[in-house]
Design a protein around this ligand. Structure first.
Ligand code: C5P
Length: 289
């Protein structure tokens, strides 16, 4: 995430993430699933504007459909930061939403991570990256990753992170159906595989910057479930092999689909072909550095 100071305000850009590999190793006694996934942050951002106000907590969002109530991850991150930081100063947080919700791009989790990072700075809490990742894990499985961007392997629920080098800049097209998917419902409908797919080959391809190999190795165990739940994902999974790109796969628990391209120009050409599709938003993005 990127934090900027502007007079009395902090502006925090919260990136989306994509999963290049996602395998489910088994179901855990706590109801969550044991994961092994390779994630990368990309250049599609929500922005948080954080500033002190005389009293209270004022939260607002550019998307009128997104309630900023007690379930919202930004609201929960503010409450957690107040409790852990022992800070009761008045606060205003404005959230400008650009990352589609329920798309498997972790927009809400990234907003929560950005809130913790912004408040640590605003309130001089001096929290380390590891401390914020630990706090973030209380808010959601994807939150800790954003303190280990731009690329990492996540294991466990998502909180055991190992950084990965990006051997090359990735150019991607994100295709996001209007209809999102519920992460809980997708996981609930999954039978973990008896022979999990190894993450090693794709990590090596990413670190070595071997684009065509990376494209061929893209994998998401949750895609077979999402295809059953969503006609839009089913359609994308059927069409994607015909796209001119190095490879394609669904991100996270869906419903967004990603195409890995060999250049910005290839990504932009594909975007122009896909943008006329009904009921989808299409973005050209690159991996963060
Ligand atoms: O942690 P988070 O609240 O983002 O997870 C949303 C839902 O996704 C959980 O309630 C759970 O059903 C599912 N999940 C899972 N295993 C994980 C992460 C999420 O089963 N490792």
């Amino acid at each position: 995430m990127i934090v900027r100071r502007e007079n009395d305000r902090l502006l925090v850009d919260a990136p989306a993430k994509v999963n290049l590999h996602l395998e489910v190793l088994g179901k855990r006694p706590d109801g969550y699933h044991e994961l092994e996934t390779l994630m990368v942050t990309v250049s599609l951002y929500d922005t948080l504007t954080i500033k002190p106000v005389p009293e209270g907590t004022v939260l607002s969002c550019s998307d009128p459909n997104l309630a900023m109530g007690t379930d919202n991850l930004v609201t929960r991150a503010v409450e957690l930061a107040r409790r852990e930081g022992g800070c009761d100063q008045g606060l205003s947080v404005e959230l400008t939403k650009r990352i589609p919700a329920a798309a498997g791009l972790a927009g809400g989790s990234s907003d929560a991570a950005a809130t913790l990072a912004g408040l640590s700075l605003l309130w001089d809490l001096n929290w380390s990256r590891d401390r914020m990742a630990e706090l973030g894990a209380q808010l959601g499985s994807d939150v800790p990753f954003f303190f280990h961007a731009p690329a990492a392997i996540a294991k466990g629920r998502g909180e055991r992170l190992t950084p990965v080098l990006l051997g090359t800049r990735l150019h991607l097209v994100l295709v996001c159906p209007d209809e999102g998917l519920s992460t809980a419902r997708i996981f609930a409908d999954l039978n973990p595989p008896t022979e999990p797919k190894s993450i090693r080959p794709i990590v090596e391809a990413l670190e070595d910057g071997q684009l065509s190999r990376l494209g061929a190795l893209l994998f998401n165990r949750l895609e077979e479930v999402a295809v059953r739940h969503s006609p839009a994902v089913r359609e994308l999974a059927q069409e994607a092999p015909n796209w001119d790109c190095a490879g394609s796969v669904m991100s996270g628990s869906g419903s967004a689909y990603l195409a890995l391209c060999s250049s910005y120009e290839q990504a932009e050409t594909l975007r122009q072909q896909l943008v006329s599709k009904k009921s989808v938003s299409v973005f050209v993005v690159k991996s963060s550095h």
